[in-house]
Write a protein that binds this ligand. Structure first.
Ligand code: ADP
Length: 389
C-alpha cells in the first residue's frame, strides 16, 4: 500500500482546507473543480476542471482515486450510486448523503428514528401552506388566526446560506417558493433562543468522535461567529445534542464529518435544523482550537484510519468569518491584526473579495470569553475594512 489518493469533488474552501490537513500525512489529492481559479484549485497540483453533474466526467475523475469525497452536497445522488456500483468507494455514500441533499428526505428519516425536529410536512401549494399554519394553531389549541402565523418554507433541494428559505405570514406571500417547480417543505417557525451545532465524525469501522457543541451566530442568514463550546449550555443538553448527532451518524450510515445544525428552544430542548456531511463552517474553530481538526478527522474517516482526539485545546475558541467588504486589500490588515493579537490565526481562501462573500475566517482562543470574542470580532472587522483601528 502506498499513500492513498483522495478524490475531492468541489473546489471551494472546504476542499482547500481538507487538502491542507492531508499534507503532513503525505496523502495525495486529486480535485474536481468547476474552474482553475476555485479556492482549492489554486493550491492542489492534480486538478481536473469539469462538471460534477456529468457522470462521465465523474467516472474519468474517479479513475486512480482510492476514495471519493466532497466539499459540497450537490453531486446528483444517482451518479454517486452509479460510481458505487462500479466499485468506487464514495464517502459519505449516496444513501447517507441524500439526507444532506434533500430536506424532505432528511425530515422524514429523522422523524422515523425519533430525532426531534420542527413540525413539518411537504406542501402542495399556497393554500396548503395556510392549512399547515392552521394545523399548528389547532395543535397548540391557540385561538390565533391562520393569517399572520409565520411558516418557514424551504425548497427541498439546492438551498444554501439562507437561499431557498422563506418566512411567510400569508397565503399570498407563499407563492414565491413554488415558482422553482421543486417540492416545498413547510416548517413551523421555531422560536429559538440560539443556534447550536453538534459536529461528529464517523469512520467505516464505526468509530465516532464528538466535538464540543458550539454556538453559531448568523447575520443576514450567513454564519458570522462560532463560539466553542456554546456558552452556558447545560452539560445535560450538551451531552444530549452530541448523542443525537452520533445517533444520526450511525443510523444514516454517515462516513466522515457530520454537522448537525440545531435550534435551542426557550423551553430547553434542541431541534434539528439541518445536516451537512462534510467539514462545516461551524467546525472551522477546530483548526486551531481542537487537538484534531474537523478536516484532519474527515480525512481519517474517509480513509478508515483511527480518528483523532476532538477535545478543545483552550477553554474558549472563537471563529469569526471574514466577509468581503468594499476594501479589496485584505493583506494590508495583517500587520495590525497580527500585532494586536499574537494568538490570532488567519485563514484566507484565495477568493476575490466581493461584498458579503465569505473570503476567509479567523480563529483565536483564550481563558476569558469576552476577551476572545472581542479579539476575533475585531480582526474580522479590521480585515474586512469596516473598522480602521
Ligand atoms: P440553508 O440551506 O440556507 O442553510 P437552513 O435550513 O439552515 O437553510 O435555514 C437558514 C436559516 O433560516 C437558519 O439558520 C435559521 O436562522 C432560519 N430557519 C430555518 N428553518 C427555521 C425554522 N423552522 N424556524 C425558524 N427559523 C428557521
Amino acid at each position: 500500500m502506498t499513500f492513498p489518493v483522495i478524490g475531492m469533488v468541489g473546489g471551494g474552501q472546504l476542499a482547500r482546507m481538507t487538502h491542507e490537513a492531508g499534507i503532513p500525512l503525505g496523502i495525495r489529492f486529486k480535485l474536481l473543480s468547476d474552474t482553475p481559479q476555485d479556492s482549492a484549485a489554486q493550491v492542489v497540483r492534480d486538478v481536473v476542471v469539469g462538471d460534477y453533474r456529468d457522470l462521465d466526467t465523474l467516472r474519468d475523475f474517479a479513475r486512480g482515486c482510492d476514495v471519493i469525497t466532497f466539499d459540497h452536497e450537490h453531486v446528483p445522488t444517482e451518479h454517486l450510486r452509479a460510481l458505487e456500483a462500479e466499485g468506487i468507494p464514495v464517502r459519505p455514500g449516496p444513501d447517507a448523503l441524500v439526507h444532506a441533499q434533500d430536506k424532505g428526505v432528511m425530515r422524514a428519516r429523522l422523524s422515523e428514528i425519533g430525532i426531534p425536529c420542527p413540525r413539518h410536512r411537504i406542501v402542495a401549494d399556497p393554500a396548503d401552506v395556510a392549512r399547515f399554519a392552521r394545523e399548528g394553531a389547532a395543535r397548540e389549541g391557540a385561538a390565533r388566526e391562520e393569517e399572520g402565523r409565520p411558516v418557514v418554507l424551504k425548497t427541498v433541494r439546492g438551498g444554501y446560506d439562507g437561499k431557498g428559505v422563506w418566512v411567510v405570514s400569508s397565503e399570498a406571500e407563499a407563492a414565491e417558493p413554488f415558482r422553482a417547480g421543486v417540492p416545498v417543505l413547510a416548517e413551523e417557525k421555531v422560536d429559538y433562543v440560539r443556534e447550536l451545532a453538534a459536529n461528529v465524525v464517523r469512520s467505516p469501522h464505526g468509530q465516532a468522535v464528538a466535538y464540543p457543541v458550539v454556538e453559531s451566530i448568523q447575520v443576514d442568514g450567513v454564519c458570522d461567529t462560532v463560539i466553542a463550546p456554546a456558552p452556558g449550555l447545560s452539560p445535560e443538553l450538551s451531552a444530549h445534542a452530541q448523542e443525537m448527532a452520533l445517533t444520526i451518524a450511525r443510523e444514516l450510515g454517515v462516513i466522515g464529518h457530520l454537522a448537525v445544525e440545531l435550534f435551542e428552544t426557550r423551553d430547553g430542548r434542541v431541534l434539528v435544523n439541518e445536516l451537512a456531511m462534510r467539514p462545516h463552517n461551524s467546525g472551522h474553530w477546530t483548526q486551531d482550537g481542537a487537538v484534531t481538526s474537523q478536516f484532519a478527522n474527515h480525512l481519517r474517516a474517509v480513509l478508515d484510519l483511527p480518528l483523532g482526539d476532538p477535545r478543545p485545546r483552550a477553554p474558549w475558541t472563537v471563529m469569526a468569518n471574514v466577509l468581503g467588504g468594499d476594501y479589496p486589500d485584505m493583506y494590508q490588515g495583517y500587520l495590525h491584526c497580527m500585532a494586536r493579537d499574537p494568538r490570532l490565526k488567519i485563514h484566507m481562501y484565495g477568493k476575490d473579495v466581493k461584498p458579503g462573500r465569505k473570503v476567509g475566517h479567523v480563529n483565536t482562543y483564550g481563558d476569558d470569553l469576552a476577551d476572545v470574542r472581542e479579539r476575533a470580532a475585531h480582526a474580522a472587522a479590521y480585515l474586512r475594512g469596516t473598522i480602521t483601528e
